[in-house]
Design a binder for this molecule. Structure first.
Ligand SMILES: NC(=O)c1ccc[n+]([C@@H]2O[C@H](COP(=O)([O-])OP(=O)(O)OC[C@H]3O[C@@H](n4cnc5c(N)ncnc54)[C@H](OP(=O)(O)O)[C@@H]3O)[C@@H](O)[C@H]2O)c1
Length: 279
């Protein structure tokens, strides 16, 4: 499908890579961001119309730190459809069904109301270790904290998620389906710590914490209590083995193979290095 693509979450982990792909491929796009022009804010409905002008398709990222994001997004989607937007590609998460909390609500809305939609359900991001909370503890304390036990996860790179989103946004016909996106193999957080240790050249530990402590860490990053509790519980399902399964969604959409954690770690080795003390 052709036409202008609106990218929400354009400054975020998947959005940034999607914008690069659209630019490289010569696909017309507009970024939606609080720092952009025109300014776009999920919390301010008056900023939505300018962003939607002339748009054919939208990439939807549910912002983790916005309270009540699904109902705001439903109002936005109604506006978008009235303005003639045809296609919607939503970033949700693996193991979260339509009708579930958060992006599950938006997923259900699209199924019920849109004739051209796709929902991408990725497993946990590799970039959770190269940005944000884990990055700080790896750099400052040589430690990854989690409540995931020895459970394994088929981590996926956000660069690959963007490739899948690009394929869904530009597909010739409506997909009208949900696609689970995973990496090639499931690995434990202990193995993640090992691979990052090898890449950055110093030992990084994986330390177990409780689910309550995990939620507190999310709150300390600015997430609302409800979202933090939900995410910490989702991480706990890893310990029970619930995320230990790979899926074919990435290959189905792109025809390619997803990046391995080893390749991701090698490409990000510098991110985990500590700044040298001045002499
Ligand atoms: N991390 C994982 O392992 C994982 C796994 C599966 C699914 N997911 C899903 O991925 C999604 C993105 O999560 P993330 O942590 O990776 O975040 P992210 O996409 O890296 O960053 C959040 C984005 O939301 C935008 N944003 C935040 N508040 C906004 C507001 N009020 N109005 C407009 N835009 C706003 C930010 O843009 P500006 O600040 O520029 O406005 C930023 O681009 C979430 O829905 C999460 O559930 C994450």
């Amino acid at each position: 499908m052709s036409g202008l693509v609106l990218v929400t979450g354009a400054t975020g982990k998947t959005g940034r890579s999607l914008v690069s792909l659209l630019a490289e491929s010569g696909v017309a796009y507009r970024t939606a961001s609080r720092g952009g022009a025109p300014r776009f804010d999920w919390s301010q409905a008056k900023t939505w119309d300018a962003a939607l002008e002339g748009v054919a398709s939208v990439y939807l990222v549910v912002p983790p730190a916005v309270d009540d994001a699904p109902s705001r997004m439903a109002a936005f989607l109604e506006s978008a459809m009235r303005k003639g937007v045809h296609r919607f590609v939503l970033l949700s998460m693996a193991s979260l069904p339509a009708g579930g909390p958060g992006s599950g609500q938006v997923h259900q809305w699209l199924k019920d109301n849109s004739e051209d939609w796709a929902v991408l359900c990725p497993s946990a991001f590799m970039q959770n270790f190269s940005e944000g909370l884990n990055l700080a503890s790896i750099r400052d304390e040589d430690t990854i904290y989690s409540n995931t036990g020895t459970g394994r996860v088929p981590f996926i790179s956000t660069v690959d998620i963007a490739r899948a989103a690009f394929a869904a946004l530009t597909a010739p016909a409506a997909l009208n389906s949900e696609l689970t996106l995973t990496g090639v193999e499931s690995i434990s957080y202990d193995r993640v710590a090992e691979l990052i240790s090898q890449a950055c050249g110093r030992p990084i530990l994986h330390t177990q914490i409780s689910t309550a402590a995990m939620a507190e860490r999310f709150v300390s990053r600015g997430l609302p209590e409800g979202t933090a509790t939900f995410l910490a519980a989702a991480y706990q399902t890893i310990a029970g083995g619930w995320q230990d399964r790979t899926a074919e969604g990435f290959r189905t959409l792109t025809g390619g193979s997803p990046m391995t954690f080893q390749a991701f770690a090698a490409a990000n080795a510098d991110v985990w290095k500590r700044a040298q003390a001045a002499v």
